[in-house]
Design a protein around this ligand. Structure first.
Ligand SMILES: [Zn+2]
Length: 279
């Protein structure tokens, strides 16, 4: 339970903007075929452990058949093209493809709304750091219920005209949050030193905080000064991580909004030609 590096943030924090892609964008790692990792989710999924460990990319073993249908419709949206076969959502698509070829495991799960905070739209967390930096194991969790029911601010405020979820519905909103969480995944997983630094600073600090009462009774508690420094450092890192993800989310949102009319027209054309074919 403590082995999770939480990037979860309140929806309010999850939905803003800023900063460009990391310079290591596009850098791939080698796929390794054996680690000591098991599936991280509750259901375990299908397939032998050795087979599961040899795979990487976005892994959907933990999704039920019904949830898989939702996932497929998100996937279709990510890879949607216009009539000239040009990607309608190049940012989402490139993030998806980066993860697929990264060598890292990114399990996808949909959260049970009854068992998660009402303010969480999505979470990215690292379960296991591969010391070689080649195949970390992580999870993206989406809270579809919260995303569906998210209240939108009336005005964009100082966020450069970006109103999260504005003009978007259903899979489009899920895709926006997926984009935010994939941005976390890529930024954190694409650089081994960064992964360790973030894991050490955030996870270790959280663990120390949680265990501090136990340690205090044993006289092993770090000094208040050390702890303050740690927390400050952790919070700086979390702010930086959010800035990266929010920037990418804004880009994803723009592309989804822009493609709406094209998608609607293509769907209309498809229906018309289906009817024409039946005449
Ligand atoms: Zn975030």
């Amino acid at each position: 339970m403590l082995r999770t590096l939480m990037m979860a943030t309140a929806r309010a924090a999850l939905l803003s903007l800023a900063i460009p892609l990391s310079p290591v964008w596009g850098q791939n790692s080698t796929i390794i075929t054996s680690t000591s990792l098991g599936p991280s989710g509750p259901s375990g999924g299908a397939g032998a452990v050795s087979e599961m460990n040899s795979r990487s990319g976005l892994l959907i073993d933990h999704l039920s058949a019904r949830k898989l249908e939702t996932w497929k419709s998100i996937e279709e949206l990510v890879f949607a093209e216009d009539k000239e076969k040009q990607p309608l959502h190049p940012t989402l698509r490139s993030m998806w493809e980066w993860i697929e070829t990264s060598g890292h495991k990114v399990y996808v799960e949909f959260m049970d709304p009854k068992r998660s905070s009402t303010s969480t739209a999505g979470v990215f967390s690292i379960d296991k750091v591969d010391p070689r930096g080649e195949s970390h194991s992580s999870v993206i969790r989406l809270n579809l219920f919260n995303i569906d029911h998210a209240a939108m601010p009336e005005i964009a405020g100082e966020k450069g005209g970006f109103i999260p979820f504005s003009q978007l519905n259903g899979e489009e909103r899920y895709a926006e949050v997926l984009g935010h969480e994939m941005a976390h995944a890529i930024y954190i997983l694409s650089n081994p030193e960064r992964t360790s630094k973030i894991f050490d600073n955030v996870e270790t600090t959280n663990q120390i905080l949680l265990l501090s009462n136990v340690d205090r009774s044993r006289g092993q508690r770090p000094s208040d000064m050390d702890m303050r420094k740690r927390i400050t450092k952790r919070d700086e890192i979390l702010l930086q991580l959010e800035a990266v993800a929010e920037s990418m989310e804004k880009q994803v949102w723009k592309e989804l909004v822009k493609s709406k009319a094209i998608r609607r027209k293509m769907a209309g054309d498809a229906i018309r030609s289906a009817f024409d074919g039946k005449r």
